[in-house]
Design a protein around this ligand. Structure first.
Ligand code: HEM
Length: 170
């Protein structure tokens, strides 16, 4: 537990280095916003993906999946920035197996999203011809399974994140 003196010094450091702190604060904020938008997009995909799909639903799913991809990219970029510049220093994270598990879970999340994304993008030809997409039941099941696994990983990731931030695993 920090004493009053240490706390005062910490508060002073915020006054002395406001610009550096601002970078750290904005990066941390963007990391949170991006992970929330990732979860929102994934939940929306899960709710909307109910074949047979009409053209409107198919177009929406393609757009939502794009938001999901962009969110994952922002999570990754802000995460890397926090590792390199705004966190406890790269050795703190790179030597921690809990952080490795977090990064590994994120990579699995990204890999799992490849199949649904390729399927959604494959619908564009039918949509250009003014037709709804044809989604065979076996493919639909695989897409739902992938999205559910991704949702489970999104629950696990914040746990690994808070454990890492508190030095578990070191
Ligand atoms: C969907 C994926 C991710 C989720 C849900 C997530 C979640 C979080 C959360 C909740 C925190 C705040 C922890 C706390 O202060 O208690 C955090 C911090 C952090 N995240 Fe992520 N994260 C994700 C991906 C990543 C990735 C891919 C990286 C690295 C490339 C990363 C690097 C970091 C770092 C360095 C911190 C700061 C830890 C500290 O305060 O020492 N994150 N993340």
């Amino acid at each position: 537990m920090a004493g009053a003196g240490e706390h005062w010094q910490y508060m002073q450091s915020w006054r002395i280095l406001p610009v550096a702190r601002m970078g750290e604060t904005i990066t941390a904020w963007l990391h949170f916003v991006a992970m929330m938008s990732l979860l929102a997009a994934l939940t929306a995909e899960h709710l909307l993906f109910k074949p047979p799909l009409d053209q409107r639903a198919a177009r929406r799913l393609i757009r939502i999946d794009l938001i999901y991809g962009l969110s994952a990219l922002v999570v990754l970029i802000t995460g890397i920035l926090r590792v390199l510049y705004f966190g406890m220093g790269a050795p703190f994270y790179l030597s921690n197996p809990v952080f490795h598990a977090k990064f590994g879970a994120f990579l699995v999340l990204v890999l799992l999203s490849v199949y649904p994304t390729l399927q959604f993008l494959g619908w564009r030809r039918a949509l250009r011809l003014g037709q709804p997409p044809d989604v065979p039941i076996s493919r639909a099941r695989t897409i739902v399974f992938a999205i559910r696994l991704e949702l489970s990983l999104v629950l696990l990731l914040p746990l690994l994140a808070v454990l890492t931030a508190r030095g578990y695993g070191l």
